[in-house]
Design a protein around this ligand. Structure first.
Ligand code: S3P
Length: 436
């Protein structure tokens, strides 16, 4: 059975709301508390399919994880060397974060592991992690296409490396950091443009020893993590759908409370501000190792821009919805140097280009980007290409379209934003979800 959204033009998107927990931080909290000493509680864990895939894997590796009536998770940490092997495959579902981060962690274990994923994840590139992990001495094997399934065998020693990142990617960086926890030498990772640093922040919050000087991250040999309670901020990548929804509607105001505002994640907000968005931030405070605040958005007249390259890595998940903002802006928006978008849950440049053309929005697909001419979105039937962010982006496009937008294959939305349609309906979106 599959699921579809039907969205009708919706003039007003307003209200005060919050969004589910941050996906990246949720994965890291499960991983790092599982290998810490002691008991840690997680409040606000994102209960999406992706994060639940990580959670199930740690249960299979012998970690006791329970949940109480208030949705607080308790993890009894096994310590760095306490995970137990299993004969079963470790199923990462649709989650690239689970597969890439866990590969790094599992390379340092004394037992073999076999990681699998769904058909979309099984097409995504994995050589980007196996290559540095092999440099560290790991025994990791991919399919002949350099994709999942991934099989990992134990080795006697994981070595420290000096690694200059060829791609701006927090998943690759985090995979190397997690493997480095099993090395007795230090590892240096040099980034070209800094990617999200939640792994580094959380390891240090749990008593680990990572130093960051400019773009160089050093994982020091001292390795013991001590459990602590973790509160997960609201996911800014989910908030972006509401933000753009409010911007392109009429006479609307939205407040989204307690959203994670790590500077390496707010590239999307910076890009929208350059497009003329009226977005304000209030109540900024520390939240464990992260920063949160409230985001206040007012409907705005947007204009097309040349998206500065410096924001790309820190807005990497936001481009589908930014393209909807561009479609509603006056003039042309140009994005270049964003080849990475072709390797996400779908080829996001191609999926968005096709969907926008169906909605009568002129655009030119480039090898590493897209040029979008702002205009009036028309009604259409769109495929999500099994990509949650494509599905949600076209649901938001429905706000400003001339007639109904139907989005097929929307069941994937639960990988990152369970309850998206209910929350958006409360804010004023005329959205219907049906099984077909
Ligand atoms: C993530 C990093 C990004 C992002 C993904 C989550 C993470 O991927 O697209 O949704 O949690 O580290 P890349 O590191 O491949 O850019």
């Amino acid at each position: 059975m599959s699921e579809k959204y039907t969205v009708n033009p919706s003039t007003n998107i307003s209200g005060i709301t919050s969004v589910p927990g941050d996906k990246s931080i949720s994965h890291r909290s499960l991983i790092l508390l599982s290998i810490s000493d002691g008991i840690g509680k997680i409040t606000g864990l994102l209960e999406s399919d992706d994060c639940l895939a990580t959670l199930n894997i740690f249960r299979m590796l012998g970690v006791e994880i329970t949940k109480n009536d208030e949705n607080i998770y308790t993890i009894i940490g096994k310590g760095i060397h306490g995970l137990e092997g299993t004969n079963h495959s470790l199923d990462c579902g649709n989650s690239g974060t689970s597969m890439r981060l866990l590969s790094g962690l599992l390379c340092g274990q004394k037992f073999p592991s076999y990681l699998i994923g769904d058909s979309s994840l099984s097409k995504r590139p994995m050589e980007r992690i196996s290559s540095p992990l092999r440099m560290m001495g790991a025994n990791i094997n991919l399919s002949k296409n350099n994709t999942a399934p991934i099989s990992i065998s134990p080795v006697t020693k994981i070595s420290g490396i000096e690694y200059k990142m060829p791609i701006d990617s927090a998943q690759i960086k985090s995979s190397i950091i997690l493997a480095s926890l099993y090395s007795s030498e230090k590892t240096n990772i040099i980034e070209n443009i800094k990617s999200r640093d939640h792994t580094e922040n959380m390891i240090n919050y749990l008593g680990g020893s990572i130093t960051i000087i400019n773009n160089k991250i050093t994982v020091n040999p001292e390795k013991k993590l001590v459990s602590n309670d973790i509160d997960i901020p609201g996911d800014i990548s989910s908030a972006m759908f509401i933000i753009v929804g409010c911007l392109i509607s009429r006479k609307s105001k939205v407040t989204i409370k307690n959203v994670g505002l790590n500077e390496l994640r707010t590239g999307g907000i910076e890009i929208l501000k350059l497009m003329g968005a009226n977005i304000q931030i209030d109540n900024i405070k520390k939240y464990g190792p992260e920063k949160i605040g409230d985001i206040i958005i007012y409907s705005s007249e947007l204009k097309g821009i040349n998206i500065p390259e410096k924001y790309i890595a820190n807005a990497i998940d936001e481009f589908p919805i930014l393209f909807i903002a561009a479609a509603n802006a006056s003039g042309k928006t140009i994005l270049k140097n964003a080849m990475e978008l072709r390797f996400k849950e779908s080829d996001r440049l191609a999926s968005m280009s096709k969907g926008l053309l169906k909605c009568n929005i002129n655009n030119t697909l480039l090898d590493d980007g897209i040029e979008i001419e702002g205009g009036k979105i028309s009604g259409a039937t769109i495929d999500s290409y099994d990509d949650h962010r494509i599905a949600m982006s076209f649901a938001i496009a429905g706000i400003a379209s001339s007639s109904t937008i139907t989005i097929l294959n929307t069941e994937n939305v639960s990988t990152s934003f369970p309850g998206f349609d209910n929350l958006m309906r409360k804010m004023g979106l005329k959205i219907k979800r049906e099984n077909i």
